[in-house]
Design a protein around this ligand. Structure first.
Ligand code: ADP
Ligand code: MG
Length: 253
């Protein structure tokens, strides 16, 4: 099934391997969950996030919003384009929740006057601090032009995903994107990287307000696996969730 591949990076949720062709990587999705103050395993999460991210990024690619996603390889792996990652997490907020609500003294669930974009510096040692455009351009993490591209893309993704999720009875409260630079022979493009999944989106059931994302783990609400499965099921990805064995196979690389 898998050939021996050189491991390039192991993060909290994924492992990156050298891809089969130059300029590609293989993203392996783990079941590990790590949030501030909590670590554990969400059985089957890797399989579901691989499928959910495949689905959402394929739809974005079809719309001309370029992502790194090339194709899914198997239950836990997908082929992506290798990018030079911009060391920022770009968050889009539609509804107040989590640390954003706490920091600004807003009640969780309160509507925002408009969608708000925030940037966090990707540096785990520093706890991924919130930064302003001033820091980003002064330290050269991204140019003003890169920032314009990222913000425009983030808002397009927000419009598309908000509508997509609304159609299946889910409110897209907020989400995080990562971006990277992709060089073709004569130009550079900003492309969406990493994953789009319940690990990095806040998703609330439209009717009940029930949380269907990683906050179930973060806040120890229980039924975490079920929430990820429910998102996949509503997106039409797992019509027969019961038939799929979501247990982690031994990693073979
Ligand atoms: P982390 O613990 O750093 O969040 P993850 O477990 O999410 O790591 O693993 C994914 C890592 O791979 C992230 O650091 C992410 O920035 C990086 N990454 C995602 N997509 C690409 C890509 N297309 N090219 C290079 N690096 C990528
Ligand atoms: Mg990550």
């Amino acid at each position: 099934m898998m050939s021996r591949r050189r491991q390039i990076y192991e993060g909290k949720a994924k492992v990156l391997f050298e891809g089969p062709e130059p300029g590609t990587l293989v993203q392996y999705f783990k079941d590990d969950a790590a949030t501030a103050g909590r670590e554990g395993v969400i059985t089957g999460k890797g399989v579901l996030n691989n499928r959910i991210s495949e689905y959402l990024m394929s739809r974005l690619n079809e719309l001309g919003i370029q992502t790194h996603f090339v194709r899914r390889l198997n239950m836990r792996e997908q082929l992506v384009r290798e990018l030079e990652i911009i060391p920022l997490q770009v968050m889009v907020h539609n509804v107040a929740a989590g640390a954003f609500a706490t920091r600004l003294g807003l009640a969780e669930g309160s509507a925002l006057p408009r969608s708000i974009i925030e940037f966090y510096y990707k540096n785990a040692g520093l706890g991924d601090p919130l930064v302003a455009e001033e820091h980003i351009t002064a330290f050269g993490w991204a140019s003003p032009h890169d920032l314009d591209d990222m913000m425009a893309m983030a808002l397009r993704v927000n419009d598309f995903l908000s509508g997509l999720f609304l159609g299946v009875g889910i409110r897209l409260v907020d989400f995080k994107l990562e971006f990277g630079r992709w060089w073709t022979s004569d130009e550079m493009r900003i492309v969406i990287a990493d994953e789009i999944s319940p690990d990095c989106c806040r998703l609330w059931d439209l009717k009940t307000g029930e949380k269907l994302d990683q906050d179930r783990f973060r806040e120890d609400l229980g039924r975490v696996e079920e929430a990820y499965q429910e998102v996949a099921r509503r997106l039409g990805i797992l019509p027969e969730a019961g038939a799929v064995d979501l247990k982690a196979p031994k990693m073979m690389q």
